[in-house]
Design a protein around this ligand. Structure first.
Ligand SMILES: [Cu+2]
Length: 462
C-alpha cells in the first residue's frame, strides 16, 4: 500500500466568501443568461486575512453551472467587468465558428466594460465547460472557468446528478495565488503550471451525501491549467458512460482508476453499495501518494434495497454517430521543444530563430517547426474532408491536444469520440475526424502554458 497523507496542510474550508456561492443558471426559454467576468477576492484555507485576488464568473469559483438543452438555441451574454480583455470558449461544443470565443481568430477580444453575445445551438448533449481563451495562463489560473451541461431529453434515471470540477491551484505560503510564478519559463518549458492545492467545485475535500442503493451520475472535469489528474475511486459499482461529452459503451474502469488530462471530462454512473454511515474517498494519485480530494458520506438510512437495473447507456449524439471513411487526408503534427527536447531553432513570426532568441520571446514549443499562430493554416480543406492528424510526441513531456469545433477518434481507442487527448512522451497516434464545421479552428495543447509558449496552430474548413 502506498503511504497516504494530506496533500497540503489546510483546512477543508476551501474557498470561502463569494467562492462558495455556486449558483446554477439554465433552462430553455429564459431571457439571455448573463455571465459577468470580474475581479474578486477569495480566501483559501482559514485565515480571513489572506484573501487573494481571483477572476471569476458571476462571483463564483468555478462559475455557475450552465444547463442548456440539446438542439435548442441558447443566448449567453458575456459582460467583461475585468480590467483586461477576455473571451469565452465553449470547450467541446460543435457550434458556429463565430461563437467559438478565440480572440483575434473568431472574434475580437471583449474589452473591459464591453459585452459579447454568444448565441448557439449545441447539437450534442453531455458534459462540457467554458473558460477564458485570453491569457489563459493567468486568467484560468485565477479562476475563469465553469461547467456547461447540455441536457439530454431522455437522460438515464439517476438519484443524483453531481458535478466534480477539479482544479489545481498554486498558492504561496500565505495561501494566496502565487502570482510571482506567472509567466515562469521554467513552468512553460516543463509540465506547465502545476499547483499545490486541489479543489473540487471550489472546495477543499468536500463531502457529498449519498445513500446506499442510490444511483449517481457523476460528471468529472479537469479544469486545471496543466495537471493531469490520476483519480482513484474506492467504490466498486462504477461505469464510464461518456468521455468528453460523447456517449461510450459503458465499461468498468480498471481498478477504479480514471485519468483526466486538462480539459477532459468523464461521466460516470455509480451504484452506491458501501455500508450506511461509512464514507469512501476519491483520491488523486501523485507518484506513490494518494490524496483525498472528495468523499462520499453515506447516510445512516439506505434509499433502496435493490439497485436500479434501468439502462445506463446514454442516447447517441450526432457527434458519435459520424461515420468516418477509410481514406484520410494525412496531416503530420510533430510536437517539438520544451526542456530536454533538443529543439535548436524554429520559425516564429515568419523568421527562423535560435532557441535563445525564442526564449526571449517566451516561446519554447513548436508544431512542425512553427511557433505560435502561423499566418497560414496547418491545412485548409473543403467541408466534409476526412482528416487524420498524425501526431508524434517526440519531446520530453506529455501533452493534451485539443481540437476546436470538432470531435475526433483517437486511433489508439477507436470506439471513442473525444475533443482532447493525452499524448505521453514518445507516444504517436492519430486524431481522425470529419472536417465538417466551416471556419477557422484552433488545435493546441490544453496545458495552457504550453499553448502560450507556442504549441498551437489552426486549420480552416471552407
Ligand atoms: Cu503540452
Amino acid at each position: 500500500m502506498p503511504s497516504r497523507r494530506q496533500f497540503i496542510k489546510a483546512s477543508a474550508a476551501g474557498l470561502l466568501g463569494a467562492g462558495l456561492f455556486r449558483p446554477e443558471i439554465g433552462d430553455a426559454g429564459l431571457p439571455p443568461f448573463e455571465l459577468i467576468a470580474s475581479n474578486g477576492q477569495a480566501v483559501f484555507g482559514d485565515d480571513q486575512e489572506n484573501a487573494t485576488r481571483v477572476m471569476y464568473y458571476n462571483q463564483s469559483i468555478p462559475g455557475p453551472i450552465i444547463r442548456i438543452p440539446q438542439g435548442k438555441e441558447s443566448v449567453i451574454r458575456l459582460q467583461n467587468s475585468l480590467d483586461e480583455p477576455t473571451s469565452v470558449h465553449w470547450h467541446g461544443l460543435r457550434i458556429d465558428n463565430a461563437m467559438d470565443g478565440v480572440p483575434d481568430v473568431t472574434q475580437l477580444p471583449v474589452l473591459p466594460g464591453e459585452q459579447f453575445e454568444y448565441r448557439f445551438t449545441p447539437p450534442d448533449a453531455g458534459t462540457y465547460w467554458y473558460h477564458t481563451h485570453m491569457r489563459s495562463w493567468a486568467q484560468l489560473a485565477r479562476g475563469l472557468a465553469g461547467v456547461l451541461i447540455v441536457t439530454e431529453e431522455n437522460p438515464p434515471r439517476v438519484d443524483q446528478d453531481l458535478v466534480f470540477a477539479i482544479d489545481d491551484w498554486r498558492l504561496d505560503r500565505n495561501m494566496r495565488i502565487d502570482t510571482a510564478s506567472f509567466g515562469s519559463m521554467h513552468d512553460w518549458s516543463h509540465g506547465g503550471r502545476l499547483g499545490n492545492f486541489i479543489t473540487v467545485n471550489g472546495d477543499s475535500e468536500p463531502n457529498f451525501e449519498v445513500a446506499g442503493g442510490e444511483r449517481i451520475r457523476l460528471r468529472l472535469l479537469n479544469i486545471a491549467n496543466a495537471r493531469i489528474m490520476n483519480l482513484l475511486f474506492n467504490e466498486p459499482g462504477i461505469s464510464v458512460i461518456a468521455l468528453d461529452g460523447q456517449p461510450v459503451e459503458p465499461f468498468t474502469p480498471d481498478a477504479g482508476r480514471i485519468v483526466l488530462a486538462p480539459g477532459q471530462r468523464t461521466d460516470l454512473i455509480i451504484d452506491m453499495t458501501s455500508a450506511p454511515g461509512s464514507s469512501t474517498a476519491i483520491e488523486l494519485v501523485i507518484g506513490e501518494y494518494a490524496y483525498e480530494i472528495a468523499n462520499f458520506t453515506y447516510r445512516p438510512e439506505i434509499r433502496r434495497e435493490q439497485l436500479l437495473e434501468t439502462p445506463i447507456r446514454l442516447p447517441d449524439n450526432p457527434a458519435n454517430k459520424i461515420v468516418l471513411p477509410t481514406e484520410f487526408k494525412h496531416v503530420p503534427l510533430r510536437m517539438q521543444g520544451g526542456a530536454m527536447g533538443g529543439m535548436r531553432s524554429a520559425q516564429f513570426e515568419g523568421r527562423e530563430m535560435d532557441i535563445r532568441e525564442l526564449v526571449r520571446h517566451k516561446k519554447v514549443w513548436a508544431l512542425n517547426g512553427l511557433v505560435g499562430m502561423p499566418s497560414e493554416p496547418l491545412f485548409r480543406v473543403k467541408r466534409g474532408t476526412a482528416i487524420s492528424l498524425d501526431v508524434h510526441n517526440d519531446n520530453s513531456w506529455p501533452h493534451a491536444m485539443h481540437i476546436h469545433g470538432h470531435h475526433f477518434v483517437d486511433d489508439r481507442n477507436p470506439g471513442w469520440w473525444r475533443d482532447t487527448i493525452l499524448f505521453q512522451r514518445g507516444e504517436h497516434g492519430a486524431m481522425r475526424f470529419l472536417a465538417d464545421n466551416p471556419g477557422k479552428w484552433l488545435i493546441h495543447c490544453h496545458m495552457v502554458e504550453h499553448m502560450a509558449g507556442g504549441m498551437l496552430t489552426w486549420f480552416e474548413v471552407t
